[in-house]
Design a protein. Structure first.
Length: 163
């Protein structure tokens, strides 16, 4: 890990993180506005393995802590050989400090262990900050969906990253 001014920890999302995840997302206009119970389902679905084969959609949910406070999170659906980054956010005051990059790197390692070969995501066309993070993390734009987002209506760009 690089030297950071603050102590960074990436770990599995837990029940006590749900409110904070909702708080971070709701403070960002561009983040998916999930309710706490959607995140709760994501962490309930997190375990991937022989003991969890009946789970229709396994997910990996991670948080990044800076100085012992949750400052961002990522949730990915895992349907090997594909994975979809469903929700990803870093608190506004912590953006631009590499937390998102660290979070994505940790996520890539975990999904690879689950036999995932590529990760997909959708992002609002206007969300240039996210587009630049994803591009720097090795994602390539492969298409778009017209009028995919509502409030406001906007196209989604589809990105893929080989793992």
């Amino acid at each position: 890990m690089h030297a950071h001014a603050q102590e960074i920890l990436i770990r599995a999302m837990k029940t006590e993180d749900l409110q904070r995840a909702v708080e971070i997302a709701s403070s960002l206009a561009t983040a998916p506005q999930w309710t706490a119970d959607v995140y709760a389902r994501a962490i309930g679905a997190r375990a991937i393995g022989p003991d969890n084969l009946d789970n229709p959609v396994p997910r990996i949910a991670l948080v990044v802590e800076a100085d012992q406070r949750v400052m961002g999170f990522a949730v990915a659906k895992v349907l090997a050989p594909e994975s979809e980054l469903e929700s990803f956010a870093v608190a506004e005051e912590m953006q631009g400090r590499g937390l998102g990059r660290e979070l994505l790197s940790a996520l890539f390692l975990l999904v690879k262990q689950a036999d995932v070969l590529e990760m997909l995501l959708e992002v609002r066309e206007s969300n240039q900050r996210a587009v630049s993070i994803y591009t720097q993390a090795g994602f390539v734009e492969i298409g778009s969906r017209r009028g995919y987002y509502r409030n406001p209506t906007e196209n989604a760009l589809i990105f893929r990253r080989q793992l």
